[in-house]
Ligand binder design. Structure first.
Ligand SMILES: [Ca+2]
Length: 221
């Protein structure tokens, strides 16, 4: 009996020692694993607004100023794809991991991003998907652009490949849908998706200047 108790005590001791070693060598909850900074072709301020992830990649969206502040802000959309493991840029995406688009001389701003598998209305792509089960990985990015005219900012929704960042031309007009409730400052703030539709929420200033209301739009994928 004494021998049994002795070996039982030894086993308990070994288990506790092992747990202590695992606790000390493992990553503690709340530890910062890595951090990165980015100044995407900005001459003044830049801003990151959106983050999402899929598989082993992280996707970010925001804007950068490409001209020193004058009578109006000239910003451009910035989308980055990074590795989850260390935060480094994914070379194959856009130009060395970054897509930048300057839609106008005014305030262009990517504000939200969501990832998806392509549900294309193109019959040939649907047949390819069916035959080879190789659905294209895509993303929707929403925000604003000022291309209608000075201080006339509209909602902008873009569908792009999440592999290389290129526009998916079957969506809207050349991969882009715009919504312009009024000739004032409007921004598509966020996006949600289901199997067949995307839903976008944002500012609508059509009631009058500084009299904004919510706008919600449902769009066929
Ligand atoms: Ca611009």
């Amino acid at each position: 009996m004494k021998k049994l108790l002795f070996w039982f005590a030894i086993i308990v001791f070994l288990i506790i020692s092992l747990l202590v070693i695992i606790e000390k060598t493992g990553t503690k909850s709340g530890t910062i694993v890595w951090s990165q900074t980015s100044v995407p072709t900005s001459v003044h301020n830049c801003r990151a607004d959106a983050i999402t992830l899929k598989d082993d990649s992280l996707y970010l969206a925001g804007y950068s100023e490409i001209q020193a502040p004058g009578d109006r802000l000239n910003t451009q959309w910035v989308i980055e794809k990074r590795n989850l493991s260390d935060g480094s840029l994914v070379e194959e995406f856009g130009s060395s991991g970054v897509v930048t688009i300057n839609h106008s001389d005014g305030t262009d701003w990517a504000h939200a991003i969501v990832l998806d598998l392509d549900k294309s209305s193109n019959i040939w792509r649907q047949i390819l998907n069916f035959l080879f089960s190789n659905q294209q990985k895509v993303m929707y990015i929403v925000g604003r652009d000022e291309s209608p005219g000075k201080y006339d900012q509209q909602w902008r929704i873009e569908k792009r490949s999440s592999e290389d960042g290129s526009l998916i031309s079957e969506f809207g007009s050349g991969g882009v849908v715009t919504v312009n409730p009024s000739k004032r400052f409007e921004l598509a703030n966020d996006i949600a998706i289901d199997e067949n539709y995307i839903y976008v929420v944002g500012d609508d200033e059509s009631l009058g200047q500084r009299n904004t209301q919510w706008g919600i739009v449902k769009i066929k994928k």
